[in-house]
Design a protein around this ligand. Sequence first.
Ligand SMILES: [Zn+2]
Length: 118
Amino acid sequence: MSAPVNSACPPWCDQPAGHLHVETAGPGDYHISAFTLIDLPEIPGIREGTALQVAIEQYVTSTTTYDPLISLGIGDDDPDSEALTLDEADALAAALHRAVTATRDGQARQIPNGDGPT
Ligand SMILES: [Zn+2]
């Protein structure tokens, strides 16, 4: 019998100490951070109300500690989620930031000072 690899929690894991249960020849377990929930209220005609869930998870088996992944889910309950590597999550965040900046810059040019709501 070998002890589980690295059963200590990484600093970001917010589960109770000793939560990890890894069977020697069975399935592994996950370190998980509490997800960040971003509420997305309904925009009539555009989208129904839903939520974005961002979580960190790391799969550990008795022989392998996998790289942590960023889980991105859409939906209130039991969301469809996609796990991203840190580099992929970084690229997504950068792309979102660029898109927001480009859009806000465009709006700033379209609306002259004093013409829009304050
Ligand atoms: Zn943990």
